[in-house]
Design a protein around this ligand. Structure first.
Ligand SMILES: *[C@@H]1O[C@H](CO)[C@@H](O)[C@H](O)[C@H]1NC(C)=O
Ligand SMILES: *[C@@H]1O[C@H](CO)[C@@H](O)[C@H](O)[C@H]1NC(C)=O
Ligand SMILES: *[C@@H]1O[C@H](CO)[C@@H](O)[C@H](O)[C@H]1NC(C)=O
Ligand SMILES: *[C@@H]1O[C@H](CO)[C@@H](O)[C@H](O)[C@H]1NC(C)=O
Ligand SMILES: *[C@@H]1O[C@H](CO)[C@@H](O)[C@H](O)[C@H]1NC(C)=O
Ligand SMILES: *[C@@H]1O[C@H](CO)[C@@H](O)[C@H](O)[C@H]1NC(C)=O
Length: 628
């Protein structure tokens, strides 16, 4: 995109390169209306006397002189001209200079060939000047340059050719400029570059070929830019990239495959993307990371799906995300995981077996969360744990933390060991302060016991609702769960569900729900259980007895039917006494009717099916033995 055939004359090339192409690039070709100021540099910014100044300052041929304004004595082969209000590169620089520090001056431009005689220069510091123009070839001849610092200038656009000739450069710092665009080939000739810093710019666009040619680049930091997407295509041109840091960006999404092509990447840091709420399951596809940090974002759960293929991952840092739980065994695909950092999150629970499957696990940092406890069962082998950061959590010092007390001398707790937030008699005491012989009542638990429950028998009508209540006492507070023998546990959803308070609710009761239900209250110290029984009453008439559903049960001969009161009576009396009394009655009636000789030998239960709509006056729920 740049015109060919630059003139070597400063004034001419300045106009030619800086003014025209920039206005073309910005206003015609690329993004109009980005708010870039493309007005020509005012003439007065170029001191009218500067050609003269350059003549005076240009190297004089004497290799051992030192420019008067600079300091050449503090280090060998170093020329320090920092903060001297220089507006141009001073002349008379020793040709064997290895370090040239021109930081904090007022340099406004760097023309082609200006430094070309310093073939031994290894480090050039041009930071915190007013450079807005770098002509293609500005660094020509600096074949030995390893480090180039350009941070804190006014650079706007990185086009091709600027860095030509810097074949040995390993570090380029472009932070704190006003760069909006990286054009194709911007870094084309930096074949040795290993580290590129591009933070604090206004970067909105990175052309797909911007990083082409950076075959050795191993570390790239993109921070505080105006990028709204990850420049995946440009990044894919970095075959040697080992560390990528993407910090403080307003990017909502890391799309699937966004970082595909970075097969050598070992370290990925995503820090402070406030709008990142979920990590796409495919977002890390193609990567083989050993360290991953996604910190200070807005993730509400550990993104297991996106992580599961990272079997070489050693360090995972998800600190400062609103993550509330680490569930059991979900980390197990990360077989080589050694360190998990999740400080400053919202953790309230770490499940038993949370770290099972992680054989090399030795560091857990969960400082500054809302954990009340951390159970030994979370770890596959607690003795292998070396570092545990647990301070800043409201820990309850009961029997669940005994293991920690036992290991307290071997564990590295960091600067502040964990402290008890309760129970009251140990409040505020750090784990380190306890002696080996504990006073009675310290670090104890009370096993769970059933405190109260509803009736042992519950009777419900088919289609109705049945409720069993159950609660327990204990320290720590027990959990209530419900089981249907022989062993299926009931969950929190569905037709049969356990409510928050431990009540079991069965909606739309069916005949097959009849049977035993066991309430189990349990805590770490023990469990207690209670069996209850559900009886279900069928309310539909049996098939085939009547074709008109409006004519209900009265007088219907047929199977033995009872409504809820009948059943209650049976249950209350016991079946045998009930049967006995019915038989007795029947016998008496038979005797009596024999005497009268006129009564039908026939007994029936008058049964009125209850209306499902619950019409109280319909006379449902009534069992009467009618005698004829
Ligand atoms: C980049 O973002 C900053 C802060 O949000 C804003 O002030 C600046 O104008 C933006 N620059 C561009 C080129 O969009
Ligand atoms: C973080 O996510 C929550 C919802 O999950 C949302 O309400 C909140 O606004 C988000 N915060 C930011 C800074 O985007
Ligand atoms: C992944 O990286 C590890 C080193 O961290 C290496 O040993 C392994 O071979 C790599 N696996 C693949 C599939 O590239
Ligand atoms: C209850 O405790 C006993 C031992 O006391 C144990 O065998 C059993 O598995 C526990 N049951 C539950 C549901 O926790
Ligand atoms: C009762 O009748 C319905 C259809 O009218 C039928 O689907 C059902 O299987 C019958 N039940 C019995 C026990 O015969
Ligand atoms: C049952 O009775 C209702 C009114 O009580 C009537 O609307 C309906 O048609 C009757 N059904 C039959 C099958 O007779």
């Amino acid at each position: 995109m740049l015109p060919s055939g630059f003139s070597g004359k400063p004034g001419k090339s300045r106009d030619h390169y800086h003014l025209k192409p920039l206005s073309q690039m910005v206003h015609v070709i690329i993004f109009p209306g980005l708010g870039m100021d493309a007005t020509p540099v005012p003439k007065q910014a170029w001191p009218p006397w500067h050609p003269l100044l350059l003549l005076l300052l240009l190297p004089g041929g004497n290799t051992s002189t030192c420019p008067a304004v600079c300091d050449c004595t503090s280090q060998p082969r170093a020329v320090i001209c920092a903060h001297r209000r220089l507006e141009a590169v001073p002349g008379g620089l020793p040709l064997d200079t290895e370090l040239l520090d021109l930081s904090g001056n007022r340099l406004w431009g760097l023309q082609r060939g200006m430094l070309s005689r310093l073939g031994l220069l290894q480090e050039l510091d041009l930071s915190h000047n007013q450079l807005s123009t770098l002509e293609p070839g500005a660094f020509h001849g600096l074949h030995s340059l390893l480090t180039l610092r350009l941070q804190g200038n006014r650079l706007r656009i990185m086009g091709p050719g600027i860095f030509s000739g810097l074949s040995a450069l390993t570090l380029l710092d472009l932070r704190l400029n006003q760069i909006v665009l990286f054009l194709d080939g911007a870094f084309g000739e930096l074949g040795s570059l290993q580290q590129l810093e591009v933070g604090d710019n206004h970067l909105v666009f990175v052309a797909p070929g911007a990083f082409a040619g950076l075959t050795e680049l191993s570390t790239l930091t993109l921070e505080r830019c105006n990028l709204s997407t990850v420049p995946g295509l440009a990044l894919a041109r970095l075959p040697a990239l080992v560390a990528l840091r993407l910090r403080e960006l307003d990017i909502e999404k890391l799309p699937a495959g966004a970082l595909r092509g970075l097969g050598q990447l070992k370290e990925l840091e995503i820090h402070h993307w406030p709008s990142l709420e979920v990590l796409d399951p495919g977002s890390l596809i193609g990567l083989n990371l050993s360290s991953l940090a996604i910190t200070r974002c807005n993730l509400s759960s550990v993104p297991f799906q996106a992580l599961h293929h990272l079997s070489f991952l050693r360090v995972l840092d998800l600190s400062q995300n609103p993550i509330s739980a680490i569930p059991a065994r979900r980390l197990s695909p990360l077989v080589r995981l050694q360190e998990l950092r999740l400080s400053g999150a919202c953790l309230t629970s770490i499940a038993a077996q949370a770290f099972h499957g992680l054989t090399a696990f030795h560091l857990l940092d969960v400082a500054d969360n809302a954990l009340q406890t951390l159970e030994e069962t979370a770890f596959p082998s607690p003795d292998k744990l070396v570092t545990l950061r647990l301070s800043g959590n409201p820990l309850t010092c009961d029997c669940r933390l005994l293991w920690l007390l036992r290991l307290r001398r071997h564990l590295d707790f960091g600067t502040s060991p964990p402290a008890c937030a309760g129970p009251q008699h140990v409040q505020g005491k750090s784990l380190r302060e306890f002696s080996d012989i504990l006073p009675p009542g310290h670090f104890t638990c009370k096993p769970a016991l059933i405190r109260k429950s509803g009736p042992r028998w519950v009777i419900a009508e088919e289609g109705g609702r049945a409720v069993f209540s159950c609660s327990g006492d204990g320290d720590p507070a027990p959990t209530v769960s419900w089981m249907r023998p022989p062993g299926s546990w009931l969950g929190r959803g569905g037709r049969m569900r356990v409510l928050e308070d431990g009540t079991l609710e069965i909606r739309s009761v069916q005949l097959r729900d009849r049977g035993a239900y066991v309430c189990v209250v349990s805590n770490v110290a023990g469990n207690d259980s209670l069996r209850t029984w559900l009886e279900v009453i069928q309310i539909e008439p049996p098939n085939g007895t009547l074709s008109d559903p409006n004519i209900t049960m009265p007088g219907t001969p047929g199977p033995f039917f009872l409504d809820s009161r009948g059943v209650a009576m049976v249950l209350a009396m016991g079946f045998l006494p009930f049967l006995t009394s019915v038989t007795l009655c029947f016998g008496l009636i038979a005797l009596w009717s024999k005497g009268k000789g006129r009564v039908k030998h026939h007994m029936t239960f008058d049964f009125v099916a209850p209306r499902p709509s619950g019409d109280k006056n319909s006379g449902g729920n009534r069992v009467t033995a009618k005698l004829f």
